[in-house]
Design a protein around this ligand. Structure first.
Ligand code: FMN
Length: 321
């Protein structure tokens, strides 16, 4: 089945309507470059960036790497303070990102504790204040990424979606799980279809897409306007291309794990020698290895390693197997 229409984001359109999910410690410049190299991904996101820190962050901040050069990256903001959100947008606008996304879905306790992320799902007033500030700060695409609310009647959720629409968001990404679900239970795709039926705003479906067949099924079962992929695309950074191939009837063998690893190390380049780069490479390895039976002898020593080249050596031994 061919892929659907481009995803409309305000005056812009995104094709293919396949998006790489924002992921802390993973969707950095190197990983985006890796995925972009395989092709098929229409839009990328930074990891979540703290709006309290962004306005005063150094111009050389590693969190910004690639912005100003990459034209297909949404910046994801985290926080609830309208002033900080607006000032973060103003700070980053000169780097001309594709647009901005506001995180309304992070369920980590240390985030929701501040009233940020998924806590905002239960605070429509704060959500409206934040969106007004963001909408005033930019006419670039503005999206939100939500998850399913934990409490409350479905009518409350419906009115929350209407609020997002009324405050002028250009798309709503639905990670179809509640905070309590964690990754323990399957994503509830029926909720994506439900949100789609409630709003005129484009809906981006997210949760548990691990293969081309899953992506097609999500489009078909939910009617979503785009599919966003997280963990599945770390395990297979070429997954977006596989989806495109399948949609057009083309076949291409999947690259070997060792080749993908080498490509990732090339993309990391000297970043691997920094503590941040080394730590993020470790996180990449964890998700990259998710489809393989990873033996204890690989993980145990890896956990205590902190130096990038040492980690790379270990990963090469493992992924060449
Ligand atoms: C390691 C990791 C980091 C994540 N970081 C973020 C983040 O910074 N912002 C966000 O909105 N979601 C974050 N998520 C959630 C993903 O964007 C996505 O919603 C979730 O993984 C479900 O999609 P998937 O089933 O395709 O992985 C993260 C998920 C993982 C596994």
């Amino acid at each position: 089945m061919p892929l659907g229409q481009p995803l409309r984001l305000g005056r812009h359109s995104v094709f293919p309507p396949l998006l790489m999910a924002p992921m802390l410690d993973i969707t950095n410049r190197a990983f985006r470059t890796l995925v972009r190299g395989y092709g098929g991904c229409g839009l990328f996101y930074t990891e979540m960036l703290n709006a309290r820190r962004l306005p005063t962050e150094s111009a050389q901040s590693p969190f910004w790497q690639g912005l100003g050069v990459e034209r297909d990256v949404m910046v994801q903001l985290l926080g609830d303070d309208p002033e900080a959100l607006a000032r973060s947008v103003e700070r980053l606008l000169p780097l001309d990102p594709f647009g901005f996304d506001w995180n309304l879905g992070c369920a980590r306790k240390k985030i929701t504790h501040w009233g940020w992320g998924a806590a905002l799902l239960e605070n429509p007033q704060a959500t409206a204040r934040g969106l007004r500030a963001l909408r005033q700060a930019t006419d670039k695409p503005l999206t939100v990424k939500i998850r399913l609310p934990e409490h409350g009647h479905p009518d409350l959720f419906k009115s929350f979606i209407k609020l997002l629409e009324n405050e002028g968001v250009d798309a709503i990404t639905v990670h179809a799980r509640t905070a309590a679900d964690g990754f323990k239970r399957p994503a509830r795709w029926d909720a994506i279809a439900q949100v789609k039926s409630w709003t005129k705003v484009p809906v981006i479906g997210n949760g548990d897409v691990q293969s081309a067949a899953d992506a097609q099924a999500m489009f078909q079962k939910t009617g979503c306007d785009a599919v966003m992929i997280g963990r599945g695309a770390v395990g297979k950074p070429y997954l977006f291309k596989t989806i495109i191939n399948q949609a057009s009837g083309a076949t291409e063998p999947a690259p070997e794990a060792a080749k993908v690893l080498e490509a990732m190390l090339t993309c990391l380049d000297t970043a691997l020698e920094t503590p941040k780069g080394a730590r993020e490479f470790k996180v990449f390895c964890r998700y990259f290895a998710q489809t393989l039976p990873v033996p204890h002898w690989f993980w145990a020593p890896l956990q205590s390693m902190t130096l990038g080249p040492e980690l790379a050596k270990r990963a090469r031994v493992f992924f060449k197997k």
